[in-house]
Design a protein around this ligand. Sequence first.
Ligand SMILES: Nc1nc2c(c(=O)[nH]1)N[C@H]1C(S)=C(S)[C@@H](COP(=O)(O)OP(=O)(O)OC[C@H]3O[C@@H](n4cnc5c(=O)[nH]c(N)nc54)[C@H](O)[C@@H]3O)O[C@H]1N2
Ligand SMILES: Nc1nc2c(c(=O)[nH]1)N[C@H]1C(S)=C(S)[C@@H](COP(=O)(O)OP(=O)(O)OC[C@H]3O[C@@H](n4cnc5c(=O)[nH]c(N)nc54)[C@H](O)[C@@H]3O)O[C@H]1N2
Ligand SMILES: [Mo]
Length: 757
Amino acid sequence: MSDGKPRYQPYHSPAGGWGAAAATAKVLMRESVLVKGSKALLSMNQPGGFKCPSCAFPDPDCRQTLEFCENGAKALAHEATKFRVTREFFAQHSVTDLAGKSDYWLEKQGRLTEPMRYDAANDRYVPVSWDEAFATIGRHLRGLDSPHRAEFYTSGRTPNEAAFLYSIFVRAFGTNNFPDCSNMCHEPTSRGLPPAIGVGKGTVVMADFEHTEALFIIGQNTGTNAPRMMTNLVEAHRRGVPIVAVNPMPERALIRFTEPQDVVQMATLGSTPIASEFVHIRIGGDIALIKGMMKVLFEREDAGERVIDWNFIHAHTAGIDAVRDDAMATDWADLVRVSGLEEAQIRRCAEIYIRSNATMICYGMGLTQHQEGSRLIQQVCNLLLLRGNFGKPGAGIAPIRGHSNVQGDRTVGIDERPSPAYLDQVQAVFGFDPPREIGHHTVEAVEAMLAGDAKVFIGLGGNFVRAVPDTDRAYAAMRGLDLTVAISTKLNRGHVIHGKEALILPVVSRSERIETPAGEQFVTIEDAMSNVTASRGVLDPVSADCLPEVEIVCRMARATLPDSAIAWEAYAHDYAAIRDKIAEVYPAIYSDFSARIAAPEGFHLDVPPRRLVWPTPNGKANFLLFKGLDVNAPVDDPAMLRLATVRSHDQFNTTIYSNSDRYRGVYNDRMVVFMNPEDRQARGFADKGRIALETISADGIARRVGGLTVIDYPMSRGAIAGYYPELNPLLPLDYYDEVSGTPAAKSIPVRAVPDPA
Ligand SMILES: Nc1nc2c(c(=O)[nH]1)N[C@H]1C(S)=C(S)[C@@H](COP(=O)(O)OP(=O)(O)OC[C@H]3O[C@@H](n4cnc5c(=O)[nH]c(N)nc54)[C@H](O)[C@@H]3O)O[C@H]1N2
Ligand SMILES: Nc1nc2c(c(=O)[nH]1)N[C@H]1C(S)=C(S)[C@@H](COP(=O)(O)OP(=O)(O)OC[C@H]3O[C@@H](n4cnc5c(=O)[nH]c(N)nc54)[C@H](O)[C@@H]3O)O[C@H]1N2
Ligand SMILES: [Mo]
């Protein structure tokens, strides 16, 4: 599967279908878990079972049979794999040896089975007892001259109970340094939306797909990254709902899809066209599309039509005038140039929007990962406000979140910029005085490491060093630390690029049972549409020496804060007691948590804009002005290309399932650059030629990745794409959205140059 020769062969079939069914079977076999994996899949997303560990898209209906997708099955197969990383494995491989292996190879080794510590004398990880591991953490943290010298990372697979206690432990320790995977992901949603609508979350629920009259999917590769949403798109298409896909890459599943759960379609080799309008946007051109659509609405109003919902505007919003004046003052020539679209197509999109009485705009990393990502999301909101697309069925803003619990982790306190009201509440409930100063987000955490200010890094899940920008500098940053702790399921780069002392702490995974002296426990997850549901693992833990994340957090807390009055030992065993505390800290949304979570379908956390209530300072939904059309700093270099770093169909973030990307027709190679043939020819490159990419930046640091094969692909002009994380060395650490701190990973200015082998 991944060991063959590189092959590039355009994929013309629909996405999904038998290809997806075959891929599901193949991954279960490859991980040697056909029987165990298939059995576990029967419990995935079912009442009494566990939540899919892959993406954050909700389940359609908890009574449906077999609710999983190809990529959910891959995530499960890799978690339930029969392969194991044991002490013998670590004895065989020095860390220097492991550091030379690919991400794919590291992942393939299987599940971590016991705690390990780095032994510098032998350059190897050696077994360590849990007690000694926690004592090491406590010793380092207590030894710091300031709590702000430690960085506490969270990745979004961590369940609410563990994340909540972690946020309390770290605040009791004395810092708000909570770099989080969300800082690289949907933070522009979390920071951009509150000034506009008062909450940093999406406003739609699953039922809205049944009522919507127009769907926009902007900068999101649905078929790969939220495949269960394809069911909603197929159904919407069947109802005749126009679907507008906005993307510099014509992603296969957005064009044509075969529903693997549709027996007839599978049997007849049928498929469904998805996008009724494919909008081939330039990278960063979305702002021009949105402003252009708004301009059309204002123009038509001026011409005497009623296309704006004035009742809604007057009752619920503020600030429309400035937004109107700005849109009207923007020239069509500029809108066309920046978007790369024809004016006629922008007008067509506006027409679709005008004809719909309930529009949903779904978006992903193609919108958030720009230097003005947060303010770009606010423009999406402006567009929706113009026609009152909030507080009614079928309408709203739909950020398609990444990790299965990334939204939940933020809700329960993983936040480097906590509000004073929340801190007061923590103080009242837990009786300690939490730190008030703003902590570090992900980029600031790396900066603090580089500056020598940070000494300890603790990663609750994830693969920080591989996910962050500026790989070379990130490696140096990690290596300068006194202690790195990786709380993980699988081997990854973060274990082999480590501090002077290092620990690997293996956890019980989502699909596995959690037994404590108080009995079997379950955890809870909040999906991208604010539904909170229980997740109960069904498989036996891979090893008796793995601990649940909750227990790890509690024991780190006790080792660090021996005198803490918080009942860490009790929480480690009784997760209902943790939920009671969550309810106390968040009475407005989590009251009666324990009672409400007993319902098989869980419950929905209140999102006030759904009720036309706007928790903004002025109590209104606000139109927010974005001047100009640059969502990234302009670059004065005619050879410049904008690079989007994207996911293949066969990876989960830094976890590489295979080196192939079926829907984009790439096999056994990840070192590729997708380029428009005209852009390639203009540079004199041969088709499948070897090139290097070099970042254009003013900071004097040379960033280059060579050994790349350039592939002809229908990219919009000036846009190229390649894979994350291989191309992260090209992303400068300081190239991010100021509002949210999110690195602009979809718009790296680069030059392409020949790279003779
Ligand atoms: N199987 C699988 N599922 C996943 C993940 C995974 O890695 N694998 N990751 C999870 C996570 S954490 C996240 S955040 C999500 C990510 O899911 P997505 O948001 O789909 O993420 P990406 O693959 O990074 O790219 C998104 C799309 O943005 C487009 N794009 C790039 N630049 C622009 C632009 O300027 N404008 C527009 N309109 N589009 C642009 C790209 O062509 C690509 O199709 O998926 C989650 N689900
Ligand atoms: N250039 C570029 N960079 C990007 C992005 C991009 O599009 N382009 N995307 C960004 C985005 S959206 C995100 S979300 C980040 C992702 O950043 P992270 O969330 O840090 O990375 P992952 O690859 O999801 O983490 C995978 C590791 O998590 C551990 N793990 C898996 N399951 C569990 C579990 O249940 N519990 C625990 N404790 N550990 C577990 C495993 O050891 C695995 O190796 O990357 C960001 N970086
Ligand atoms: Mo993400």
